[in-house]
Design a protein. Sequence first.
Length: 282
Amino acid sequence: MVRRSLEADETSGSLRAHDGSVAAWVSVRGVVRAGNEDAVAVVPPGTSGEVLVACVADGVGGQAAGEVASQAAIEAATSAMGSGRGAVRARVRAAVRAANAAVIDAQHRERARMATTLTLVGVSGRDVVIGHVGDSRAYRVGDERIHQLTQDHTQAAELLRAGLIDQEEAARHPARSVLTRSLGAQMAVAPDLVSVALEDGERILVCSDGFWGTVPRGALFEALRGAREPDALEGALWRLVGLAYEAGAPDNVSVIVVIPSPTATSSGASVRTSWWRRSRGT
């Protein structure tokens, strides 16, 4: 799929930060949905305290409530990352909690039930910290391997981890999209926190379930290999989104890829294992 004109609630773009890191993103409605309840953000270093921030939220709720929830979460999380100081891991945890509070505030303000996933990534050099709630995902992607860094918080995924069903059964389980953890579900939220140190040539990919559920993992290597300039990376994401459309794109489709600066180093503290979608211009 080539870049196309976008609806008001869709977006794509790319950037090169002052430290040399590169990011690109696409967020679209898909084939079936009338609106986009996903929200994405990329905030370059300098705006967020020398940490590049990338996050995806997938809202849940009728009558546009899901869109309100995802946008509230993104705005609160990126604001918290920008105003916070100290260790990145603590800032990421605080940002997810701020996002949860924002969704709960939106519930009261809109008098509507709503919730959202949130996968937030803070990148400092090659050190990455992920705060995660729900079934959006973060991956580390090399030229020949890909590794999922987050665990899905769904009923089917819980059964899979308990050994009660296998991978094939989980993929078609009727509760595969039923969240067991989300923002807005409770006053207190316990995000998963994951710290990794990227190796040379690796990238971080963050996406909603509308992307990972329709785009084969193997396609990532061919599309992303060699795409290291902002415009080329954005074009690669559009090609991947095209695969989601070929598969029917029954859900909103959102994806971000971040490539650390080629001169970036790791602090060694990690374990190896400004941009707005709607509210501030599209």
